[in-house]
Design a protein. Structure first.
Length: 351
């Protein structure tokens, strides 16, 4: 997700843009259009005495519509614009002319976006498909002109009504990536290295924890098909309660069809590291522990073949979970893991 360099950006400004390219949460302020006021008018034409009332009604205000698009994958645009307002309806005019309806305000969001109320307690909408849309705030109705009040007993009304006010709301947008496979594991388990090895994505890779500060997406070719893989920032013990990067990025795993759990084979207790992450998934909930999972020991290029096999057997004995071994640097075992994931994703999708 490295952004293309823009003219005029250099130094700190360029680095800031690169870091802000992915944004998965934003607060925006919305207002639908007010309805137009009705008009008080009387017909005035030569040779037509007592022409009667002809004030038109006001136009309806525009609505605020949220629409999902598949070609948008971040909320970064809402960092620069947070206020959205639909157009007000036009006022009524004489000769029975109704005011023009206000234009709707269409807010485009990525597929996978949830809309929450200001307190983040209620989900107002969940956009899971391309083109899905919802009228979040309706525009106000137009007011009545005096022609509306004409009757046999009131032939010259001088009454009109103002338009109804529009609605206002502050909402939170929360993006949950839609990917086939989510990469999970402790910090420095090799998730970013794996993503870089199987796709054209270029996440930041370094030998210190929390190198990945935001999710990265990549497309991995598997045979004649492809898998969309999401690299999630590393989890630590207590992540479900807000430690480390907390639960902010666990939501991205909810929509994946399968998980690839990477465990560093060079650490002293791979089975313990595996249990820590599984415990965090269980504490977070949302059915994450029920998702199909492939487990792999990474960085086996730093071990001899005999040591790698011994650690894999010890891991399976301790956890009761089948495990693959791979090295994203040398490519050993990567193909087998991808085909195992493709089978799980195909089964989950009903293919």
């Amino acid at each position: 997700m490295t952004p293309e360099r823009r003219p005029g950006l250099r130094g700190a400004a360029w680095r800031t843009l690169a870091l802000m390219k992915f944004l998965d949460e934003a607060k925006i302020y919305l207002q639908s259009g007010h309805g137009g006021a009705g008009a008080v008018s009387f017909r005035r034409e030569k040779f037509i005495p007592r022409g009667g009332p002809d004030g038109g009604d006001g136009g309806r205000g525009g609505s605020v519509i949220l629409r999902a698009r598949a070609d948008v994958n971040t909320l970064i645009d809402f960092r620069y614009k947070q206020h959205f307002r639909a157009q007000a309806g036009g006022h009524g005019m004489g000769r029975g002319r109704t005011g023009a309806a206000g234009a709707d305000c269409v807010v485009t969001v990525p597929v996978g976006t949830q809309v929450l109320d200001e307190d983040k307690e209620m989900v107002l909408a969940d956009f899971a498909q391309d083109g899905q849309e919802m009228v979040l705030l309706k525009g106000g109705d137009g007011g009545f002109g005096n022609a509306h009040y004409k009757s046999a007993t009131n032939q010259a009304p001088r009454r009109s009504t103002p338009g109804w006010p529009g609605q206002e709301a502050a909402v939170w947008l929360r993006l949950k990536l839609i990917a086939d496979v989510g990469l999970i594991g402790l910090p420095n388990a090799g998730k970013s290295t794996f993503l870089a090895a199987v796709s054209a994505a270029r996440p930041k890779i370094a030998d210190y924890p929390f190198t990945t500060l935001h999710p990265n997406l990549g497309m991995a070719r598997v045979g004649e098909g492809a898998l969309v893989v999401a690299d999630i920032p590393g989890l630590i013990k207590g992540a479900h309660a807000g430690r480390g990067l907390g639960t902010r990025f666990l939501g991205h795993v909810e929509r994946t069809r399968a998980l690839l759990h990477l465990v560093d084979a060079t650490q002293t207790d791979p089975a313990g590291a595996y249990r820590v992450v599984r415990a965090e998934l269980a504490a977070y909930g949302a059915g994450l522990t029920q998702k199909p999972e492939v487990v792999a020991l990474t960085k086996v290029d730093a071990l001899t073949p005999g040591e790698a096999q011994a650690r894999a057997r010890a891991f399976q004995d301790a956890t009761g979970t089948p495990v693959h071994t791979l090295s994203a640097v040398s490519g050993a075992g990567v193909g087998e893991v991808l085909f195992a994931l493709s089978a799980l994703v195909g089964a989950a999708a009903g293919r």
